[in-house]
Design a protein around this ligand. Structure first.
Ligand SMILES: Cc1cc2nc3c(=O)[nH]c(=O)nc-3n(C[C@H](O)[C@H](O)[C@H](O)COP(=O)(O)OP(=O)(O)OC[C@H]3O[C@@H](n4cnc5c(N)ncnc54)[C@H](O)[C@@H]3O)c2cc1C
Length: 574
């Protein structure tokens, strides 16, 4: 039996009991896929031996594969598999180092504003199974923060952040995970652990000469990128954040002569190997932050408004829509539970929203703008100036109101609605299930005024079958729509590929990406060809073959997606 064979060489554990298999059949996606077994490797030797074992079985014609898993909060089905799940949170949960150092953190080609330039900061090394919430506390003791944490920061772990190329509320200012990973340790298909970092000059020359697996993949990948240079550069999505596909355009910086394989590993959803350690950059926590809330009645000004706000180099611009407020007002008891403080006092804070819902005076979009800095007086000045400028902008555009908030207590209500929007839907009492499938698309912010009403028009056609809200990161044009649907009904489940197709066709018309943060998994891999074209998808398949010729790692994600398989594995109830 496979289990006995595994037990004979593993230092860690193997589980095949019902409870474990049921737990690992799910992540936070729509899907349910029951694995054959779950392995908890204890050390790097375990991971190496697992890969060698899978390679041997593959060579003997057995259908065995390995799917890495950290905290399992993926919304795409990324950590699900019918074969072996390799779970990292049990033993690979050590922070090796958090180091303060003063050096310029400006990153080449950084997407957002220049807020991260010339910060004093540090670096950390951690194993994939470290929960972000634990890491955050340790880093804070050094006054440091990993700036590309996702909204799921209290649940997720480092391995998933790296493998999904996660981003979050501070991505606007600091960029995504791809901008912060400095090096990775990864067990590749040769069954050995490799350390990858940006190679240049003589180091790169030497690497290209090496007569081993690392040398071979470096040579093959460099040749693939050079031979297909124009196609690859052209395929880069015209948006400031993207988690779809393999980011081939990031690997070879010809001008600087840097060849960086970590750029390919980040966001690859465990399809190229098993991550065993990551080294990443950190920023210094700014001492003060303040928030302005902007109420927008007409979406047609959203793009221009965001441009005005960006002049103030905000830490974040987050948004939610009128429907999110309606859900929050309906479920206000749950909202209050997630807020700290006196429930009655907090309850009163919701009166304006309740009034807006009752009178139909709800703004179409609410923007939360966070400014931060070390000098509080300067910060308040900037915030006041932002208020004046936006009011001036509003005077000529109409339907815009601004409130600046004085303290954290005032801010709490707005953050709770934004951050808890998914949890609120998830715990809803309508009897419907949360259905993340068009949960993460991106278009350039300037297209928002045209684009969002068109998305609304598509979804409104299906309003008998779904309830939806829109929240997101308008500074990057990245939106999260997670409808409530009755997934017990096969007719409703069949709407998922239909609506996806309609929404994604629109996204492609605006040269956007199907995912800014959450990645591809089972839900979006089948749409990569439509997004990138046939040639790019062929290149993705070649990349996969270079790294993983036997197909050991996480099959069906990034390459070889099968829409029929995905639809068949939608769980009939969440
Ligand atoms: C409420 C909620 C909000 C969210 N908000 C965001 C957000 O703002 N931004 C965002 O980016 N995402 C978000 N997500 C999605 C998800 O939480 C993040 O992408 C998170 O970083 C995943 O981390 P994880 O540890 O749970 O990864 P997992 O779910 O365990 O895995 C994610 C992927 O990485 C692979 N993987 C994990 N560990 C390894 C390893 N050691 N080796 C190889 N492969 C591995 C898995 O196979 C899978 O494909 C959200 C999810 C929820 C439920």
């Amino acid at each position: 039996m496979l289990v006995d064979e595994l037990k004979s060489f593993l230092h860690g554990d193997v589980a095949v009991d019902d409870a474990t298999l049921a737990k690992f059949s799910r992540d936070y996606s729509l899907f349910k896929v029951r694995p054959q077994m779950v392995v908890f490797p204890k050390d790097v030797d375990d991971v190496k031996n697992l890969v060698k074992f899978a390679a041997k079985k593959k060579a003997e014609g057995e259908d065995v594969s390995l799917t890495g898993r950290s905290a399992g909060t993926d919304m795409t089905g990324g950590p699900l598999s019918q074969s072996i799940i390799v779970s990292f949170t049990k033993y690979f949960n050590h922070i090796h180092e958090i180091k303060e150092e003063a050096r310029d953190q400006k990153r080449p080609g950084m997407a957002g504003t220049d807020a991260a330039a010339s910060l004093e900061a540090g670096e950390a090394k951690a194993e994939p199974g470290v929960y972000y919430r634990d890491f955050e506390k340790e880093a804070a003791k050094h006054g440091l923060l990993y700036p590309s944490y996702p909204a799921s920061k209290d649940l997720c772990a480092i391995g998933g952040i790296v493998n999904n190329n996660s981003g979050g509320e501070k991505t606007l200012a600091y960029g995504k995970t791809e901008d912060w990973v400095r090096a990775v340790k990864i067990v590749m298909s040769d069954g050995e652990e490799h350390t990858l970092w940006p190679w240049r000059g003589e180091e790169l020359e030497r690497k290209l000469e090496e007569k081993n697996f690392e040398g071979e993949i470096t040579r093959k990948l460099k040749a693939l990128i050079e031979e297909n240079w124009d196609v690859i550069q052209k395929a880069k999505p015209d948006v400031s954040k993207n988690s779809a596909g393999y980011y081939l355009w990031n690997v070879w910086d010809k001008e600087k002569g840097i060849f960086d394989l970590t750029k390919l590993i980040v966001g690859s959803q465990g399809t190229l190997g098993m991550l065993t350690e990551a080294k990443f950059g950190l920023v210094k926590i700014k001492k003060h932050s303040r928030m302005a809330v902007i109420f927008l009645n007409d979406l047609k000004w959203a793009g221009d408004l965001v441009e005005e706000v960006l002049k103030f180099h905000p830490e974040s611009i987050e948004s939610y829509d009128d429907k999110t407020v309606e859900v929050a007002v309906k479920l206000w008891r749950q909202v209050l539970k997630s807020m700290k403080g006196n429930a009655i006092k907090l309850g009163f804070q919701f009166l304006p929203e309740m009034w807006m819902v009752a009178t139909g005076g709800m703004p179409k979009m609410i923007l939360l703008v966070e400014l931060a800095g070390d000098d509080e007086a300067q910060l308040i000045k900037r915030l006041d100036q932002l208020k004046r400028d936006i009011e001036f902008f509003g005077a000529s555009h109409g339907g815009i109101k601004v409130r600046t908030l004085k303290n954290e207590e005032d801010e709490q209500k707005y953050w709770t609605i934004r951050r808890q929007s998914f949890a609120l839907l998830h715990n809803n009492t309508t009897g419907k299930d949360t259905a993340p499938f068009i949960d993460d698309f991106v278009v350039k912010p300037e297209y928002m005024p045209e684009f969002l009403p068109k998305v609304n028009a598509i979804l409104d056609k299906y309003k008998n079958d779904l309830i939806y809200t829109i929240a997101g990161h308008p500074g990057n044009g990245n939106f999260h729509i997670i409808p409530l649907m009755n997934l017990k009904d096969p007719r409703v489940r069949a709407l998922i590929p239909k609506i996806s197709e309609e929404v994604y066709r629109l996204v492609f018309q605006y040269h956007g990406s199907i995912t800014g943060e959450h990645n591809d998994g089972l839900i979006r891999t089948p749409y990569l060809e439509e997004m990138y074209g046939k040639k790019m998808v062929e290149l993705f398949a070649e990349v996969k073959k270079i790294f993983d010729p036997l197909g050991i790692f996480n099959p069906g994600k990034k390459v070889g997606g099968d829409l029929k398989y995905s639809v068949e594995h939608i769980a009939a109830t969440q």
